[in-house]
Structures are given as structure tokens and as C-alpha cells.
Ligand binder design. Structure first.
Ligand SMILES: Cc1cc2nc3c(=O)[nH]c(=O)nc-3n(C[C@H](O)[C@H](O)[C@H](O)COP(=O)(O)OP(=O)(O)OC[C@H]3O[C@@H](n4cnc5c(N)ncnc54)[C@H](O)[C@@H]3O)c2cc1C
Ligand code: SF4
Length: 444
């Protein structure tokens, strides 16, 4: 018998297993073949296609849609995967509404773009369902490259290097590869263990060894890697979390949204995962929305996202804001946390109204209190554990356009490196491009 949404405190089993299964089902279910054909027929196959320019991995979108339209989804998959080896995951998680689909000429003309993301998923799923890997390795170069971090950037870099004939060792701190694909992305975007299956499929290329539980900074140093390998690629993501800087932040019930999401992604049984009755998420990006939506789907009664700036300034896209609202999440703008109240455990959160303009946020002095037995901090991740000696830019590892850091023989990409948006697809593009530059240098 489920506890129900009204049960006080942070408790497990608010909903029945059937309700949870329905709630966490695929956000964008896969196309059936006839649906894919109809969707592909809407494409104009534009010359100089704006959708392709808007894709960080520059997939030849009109070509792959034409291949689907003519009944060759596996050829379409190859077109996609040549540019983006994690095309299957990106088809599920890319904010297409702000990338390719926003640029699609049918979006401008009719407000309804060609559904590029779902077509990409149809093609890549079709190929991956056969369990085959479409690429083979070049003859061995005898060169060895160390990749640190097995997230999207590290995996894309490793795969490209392996394809080019280099031997790659990935050092991954966690017991599983995949990075935030495995531990961060909302559960309803990557259902059915897709993240793990995609890693296994990617590794079929051969030439890549993944050392799980091997962390840079814990017995493994950059100097040692530089001495042992011909090149090093750092793709350690952003492991730190910003502090709330509100009184009572240490009370029970206040935790990092990314930890909660990781726990949720790894939970074998969602009915065993505790969630509050009154949940407040502090932040305005993808992580905030994901924590809020998933809390609601777990059965929290009231879920509020509290963001210190205006709706227009929110990092989460319009699509994500609408998704949250459609699940019953309340979005509050121009409020910032002042204090978490409660005797040991959180009971209420006090928020101060703000005005925001030109990048600055000012409190108005007026406050409001919301019931909050669970408070998630989703106010941004930070670089943690970057090796000493690397020049930083802002709060990330400084790289040039090809991913070279200030230290010879060391490249970096993905969230930990300067430039680019913090997106899965951007991490893939940066990993791939760094691999090409490493290859050029090792071949010179
Ligand atoms: C909650 C959440 C939801 C998101 N949702 C989306 C989404 O829907 N769509 C989207 O496009 N993007 C999304 N993102 C962003 C996206 O997940 C990241 O941009 C992307 O994963 C970055 O890839 P990466 O390889 O740079 O880093 P990560 O995916 O963070 O991978 C870094 C890897 O390095 C490992 N590592 C860290 N330190 C060390 C060390 N010292 N030694 C060895 N290994 C180490 C980590 O364990 C991890 O496996 C989301 C992010 C979060 C936090
Ligand atoms: S912009 Fe739209 S219509 Fe044109 S090629 Fe891209 S998906 Fe097709």
C-alpha cells in the first residue's frame, strides 16, 4: 500500500510501483517505422541546412533524414555516428528546441519543426538493436593515450582515438562508466538502462580499456600519466557543487540535487527512494528542473522551483519549464533563499524577493516562507580536483579551440574545460575534436 502524497516528512513509497513505472516512462517514446517515415517526409532537405549549423557535432541532418525517408535507417545511423558516437543518447537528451529544431525552417514557417531528435533516435536505435558496431579500427599506431573521466567527452575522445589506431586507457573514478549519462540525466530521458548499453556498444570498437575506480588525484598524478602515455585527455566534468549561502543550510533534508538525481538513477526500486512531501528546489537550470520533476513523479505533494532571477533569465529552456509546469511543479521567479528553518530538520524555507537586471540580483527585503521538508541545491556545479599547474580560465581548465591546455601533451574537454555550453552534445564534440588534434600531433 503506497504512503500517499500527504505523508509527512521524507518518506519512501509515496506511489505504487505501477504509478511510478508510468511516471518514469520514456519522455519521447520511440517512433514506429511508419511514424518515422511520415516525420522524415516533412523535411525540405535544405541546402546549407540551418539545423546542421545549429548542431554542435555538425551532423549532416538532411542526409540522415533522406536516408530514413528512403528506407535506410542503418545508413542514417552511420551518418549520425560518424559525427557523434553518442548519437543515441543525444537523440534522447539534447535540448533540440534550442538547437537543431529551433533552427529548422519549418519551425520558423509553421512553429512545428521536423522532429530531428526523434528521427535520430529512430535511426540509432535501429542500428544498435542489431548489436553491431559500424566502425573498425585503423592499423595500430603503437601510441598510448590516457583519458581521465568516462563521461560523454572522455568516451567520444577515446572512441575516436581507438578508431584511428591508438590504444586508450580511460581512468574513471566511479565504479561505472558513462559520467552524467549514467548518473545525472533525468531517468525518463534515458530509460531501460540505455546509458550502460550505449557504453558497452561504444567499447565494441576495441582498443579501449576502462579502469574503473581509478581517480586522478588519488594515487594517480598528471605527471605520472604524462610520463606513461603519449598524450592525456582530461574530461573530469564538474564534481563540486556551489554552496547555498543561506542560514540553516546544514539542516537535515537539505542536499545537493545532483546527489539525489544520481541516487535516483541508480535505484533498482524507485518505491524505496524517499522524497519529501513539500520539496523546494533552489536553482534555475536543467538540474533544478530535473530534481523538481522527478520529486513530483516520485509522489511529492508540493514541489517548487525557486529561482533568483526572472523567467527570461532562466537557464532551463521553455520546453523544460513547460514540462515542469505540466507535471505540477510550481515555478517561482525572483526569489532567493535566506534561511532554512526547523529544529534539526528542515520544516520551512524563507525566501527573499529580488529584482534582477544587467546580471546583478538585489534583495527587496520582503520575504515569504514555504513549507519545505526537503530542499535541493541546484545552483551550479564547479570544477573540483583539477591537477595543479594547469592554467584556468574563469573556473574551468583553459583550452584553445582544439582542446589543448597550457601543459604540453595534455588536452581537456567537456564541462571541465573553458568554452562551450555544458551539454552532452558539446562534450561529445569537444572530445572528438581533441582526439583529432591529439592524432594530428602524434602523427606529426
Ligand atoms: C542533473 C543534470 C542533468 C542534465 N541533463 C542534461 C540534458 O538533459 N541534456 C544535456 O544535453 N545535458 C544535460 N546535462 C549536462 C550534461 O550531462 C553534461 O554537460 C555532460 O555530461 C558533460 O560531459 P563530461 O564528459 O564533460 O562530464 P561528466 O558527464 O560529468 O563526466 C565526467 C566523468 O569524470 C569522472 N571523474 C571526475 N573526476 C575524476 C577524477 N579525478 N579521476 C577520474 N575520473 C574522474 C566522473 O566520475 C565522470 O564519470 C545535465 C547535467 C546534470 C548535472
Ligand atoms: S532545417 Fe528542417 S527542413 Fe531543413 S534540412 Fe533541417 S530538418 Fe530538414
Amino acid at each position: 500500500m503506497a504512503q500517499g502524497q500527504m505523508a509527512p516528512g521524507i518518506v519512501a513509497g509515496r506511489l505504487s510501483s505501477d504509478e511510478l513505472a508510468a511516471n518514469f516512462d520514456d519522455l519521447h517514446p520511440a517512433y514506429a517505422p511508419h511514424e518515422a517515415a511520415v516525420a522524415a517526409d516533412r523535411c525540405y532537405f535544405c541546402y546549407d541546412a540551418p539545423c546542421q549549423t545549429a548542431c554542435p557535432t555538425e551532423i549532416d541532418i538532411p542526409l540522415f533524414i533522406r536516408q530514413i525517408q528512403t528506407g535506410h535507417p542503418e545508413a542514417a545511423a552511420r551518418t549520425i555516428l560518424e559525427q557523434n558516437i553518442l548519437g543515441g543518447m543525444c537523440a534522447r537528451v539534447c535540448p533540440t528546441e534550442t538547437l537543431c529544431e529551433e533552427a529548422c525552417v519549418r519551425e520558423a514557417a509553421e512553429g512545428k519543426p521536423v522532429e530531428i531528435g526523434r528521427l535520430q533516435r529512430y535511426a540509432t536505435d535501429t542500428l544498435m538493436a542489431r548489436g553491431v558496431h559500424p566502425f573498425t579500427r585503423a592499423a595500430s599506431t603503437g601510441k598510448r593515450v590516457a583519458v581521465v573521466g568516462a563521461g560523454p567527452a572522455g568516451l567520444a575522445c577515446a572512441h575516436r582515438l581507438a578508431m584511428l589506431g591508438h590504444d586508450v586507457v580511460i581512468h574513471e573514478a566511479r565504479p561505472k562508466a558513462g559520467g552524467l549519462n549514467e548518473f545525472g540525466i533525468a531517468a525518463y530521458k534515458a530509460t531501460g538502462g540505455f546509458a550502460g548499453a550505449e557504453v558497452d556498444w561504444l567499447l565494441q570498437i576495441g582498443g579501449i580499456t576502462v579502469e574503473r575506480g581509478s581517480a586522478l588525484g588519488q594515487g594517480l598524478t598528471l605527471d605520472a600519466l604524462r610520463a606513461d602515455y603519449d598524450a592525456v585527455f582530461l574530461s573530469i566534468g564538474l564534481a563540486g557543487v556551489n554552496a547555498l549561502r543561506a542560514a540553516g543550510e546544514d539542516k537535515d533534508g537539505v542536499r545537493d540535487a545532483v546527489d539525489f538525481i544520481a541516487e535516483l538513477r541508480q535505484a533498482g526500486d524507485l518505491s524505496a527512494l524517499p522524497v519529501g512531501r513539500n520539496v523546494v528546489v533552489i536553482g534555475g537550470g536543467m538540474t533544478a528542473i530535473d530534481a523538481a520533476v522527478q520529486s513530483k513523479l516520485l509522489g511529492a505533494e508540493n514541489v517548487t522551483v525557486a529561482y533568483r532571477r526572472s523567467r527570461a533569465e532562466m537557464g532551463a529552456s521553455g520546453f523544460e519549464q513547460d514540462l515542469a509546469a505540466s507535471k505540477g511543479v510550481r515555478l517561482m521567479f525572483n526569489v532567493m533563499p535566506v534561511a532554512v528553518h526547523g529544529n534539526g530538520a528542515a520544516v520551512e524555507i524563507e525566501l527573499e524577493y529580488t529584482t534582477s537586471a544587467g546580471g546583478s540580483v538585489t534583495g527587496t527585503g520582503e520575504t515569504i516562507r514555504l513549507a519545505a521538508d526537503q530542499v535541493f541545491k541546484a545552483i551550479g556545479q564547479t570544477l573540483e580536483g583539477a591537477p595543479e599547474g594547469l592554467e584556468l580560465e574563469g573556473r574551468k581548465i583553459k583550452v584553445d579551440g582544439a582542446g589543448r591546455t597550457s601543459v604540453p601533451g595534455v588536452w581537456a574537454g567537456g564541462d571541465c574545460a573553458s568554452g562551450g555550453e555544458d551539454l552532452t552534445v558539446t562534450a561529445v564534440a569537444e572530445g572528438r575534436d581533441a582526439a583529432m588534434d591529439i592524432h594530428a600531433q602524434l602523427s606529426a
